[in-house]
Design a protein around this ligand. Structure first.
Ligand SMILES: Cc1cc2nc3c(=O)[nH]c(=O)nc-3n(C[C@H](O)[C@H](O)[C@H](O)COP(=O)(O)O)c2cc1C
Length: 361
């Protein structure tokens, strides 16, 4: 069933929520390549930072990414409202407010999850943003600050009262960070109390987990973050399982490595060789996880400094894993890429017109 988020209607029930350092334009283009329907979000962007650097590339969006939200963080209502206006101008379908980030660097400044301890200020922020933009406003938060202050139900009610159109609830407290298991039964309490759309979030790594979360919580949709790392196919597999009850196999290692290379080449093209190869290493650790005897290749991947080297290491890994047939498929898929041109790529300008060009490797 489609989900209503204010004036926005989304077809799918699966959402890839913000992940700083991950859900950039290139990662999202890879997700879109395998899944047309899920809802997407950018990495979180500092509202205050935007006042000094309005052209911030975190807000770069491509034409074919919708539905997509831009997530902002901060605690000053006026600045947050200005940032939300910028998000709307950059083409976001919704603006998401981060009230869940547990990192001390963020919470020490009253941002992120610290706002769960300041519900009046949190409300002021939502009201200010709501009054400033015409796109829907959403909020992402946790169960509470710590075990003794799980205020997610009252907090959710405040958010709805303030005019937000949807929430995403991560079933952990700030104190838990990512430890323990997500408590889906608390998310259910939030869903019961609200009439706006609720996305349940936490510990979905397989299609069956997504179905279970929806059953336990009664949520409208499910937000899947870490499960997509090196594994964007999880999203279409979840959708198929939820919609048709069919559990597709994960892709084989050759397909994984082909997509891994496309992801890395996109990063090099979009962010330049130095940053692109450095960021690629993290993603490659995820893409190669579980591939038999891949450890030595992972070590070599930490040393690569060019698109050509990176492709070469992965080609060898494919050959070891899938023989000449795998290598042929790999070469067919990667053969059309001009590696020297990609290697020479400098950071592409911020003109959104260049965005497609940058990721269309
Ligand atoms: C590397 C990383 C970065 C994250 N960055 C953000 C962020 O910028 N904003 C946010 O609201 N949540 C962020 N999160 C939290 C996720 O969106 C999600 O709530 C959390 O990982 C739990 O979901 P999961 O169990 O599906 O991973 C981040 C999580 C990870 C692992």
């Amino acid at each position: 069933m489609p989900i209503k988020i204010g004036s926005l209607t989304v077809k799918g029930r699966v959402y890839v929520p913000p992940m700083a350092g991950v859900t950039d334009l290139v990662f999202r283009s890879i997700v879109r390549k395998v899944d047309r329907g899920c809802m997407l979000a950018t990495e979180m962007v500092s509202s205050r930072g935007l006042m000094y650097k309005p052209e911030c590339r975190i807000m770069d969006l491509a034409d074919d990414e919708h539905p997509i939200g831009i997530q902002i963080f901060g605690h000053e209502p006026e600045i947050m409202a200005k940032a939300a206006i910028m998000a709307e101008q950059r083409g976001a379908d919704f603006v998401d407010i981060n009230m869940g980030c547990p990192v001390p660097k963020i919470t020490n400044g009253k941002d992120g999850c610290a706002l769960m301890r300041e519900p009046d200020l949190a409300k002021e922020i939502i009201v200010a943003i709501k009054g400033a933009v015409s796109i829907p406003v959403t909020v992402k938060f946790r169960l509470g600050w710590d075990e003794s202050s799980k205020n997610c139900v009252q907090f959710g009610e405040m958010i709805e009262d303030a005019g937000a159109s949807a929430v995403t609830v991560h079933g952990r407290t700030r104190a838990q960070r990512y430890t323990g298991t997500a408590d889906w039964t608390m998310i259910k309490e939030v869903k019961k109390a609200l009439s706006i759309a609720v996305f349940g979030n936490g510990d979905v790594f397989e299609p069956e987990d997504a179905q279970k979360l929806l059953e336990v919580t009664g949520c409208d949709g499910v937000a899947v973050a870490r499960g997509t790392l090196g594994n964007p196919w999880l999203i279409p597999r979840i959708t198929k399982y939820l919609d048709e009850g069919i559990l597709d196999d994960p892709p084989d290692s050759t397909d994984r490595l082909i997509l891994a290379v496309e992801h890395c080449l996109g990063l090099i093209r979009y962010k330049g060789v130095r940053v692109g190869t450095s960021e690629s290493r993290r993603h490659l650790i995820n893409y190669t996880k579980g591939i038999h005897k891949s450890a030595p290749y992972r070590n070599r991947l930490t040393q690569v400094s060019s698109a050509r080297d990176l492709v070469e290491v992965l080609r060898e890994l494919v050959e070891q894993e899938a023989g000449s047939d795998g290598k042929r498929r790999f070469d067919n898929a990667i053969g059309s890429y001009d590696l020297d041109k990609i290697h020479e790529a400098q950071t592409v300008g911020i003109d959104p017109g260049h965005v497609k060009e940058a990721v269309a490797v």
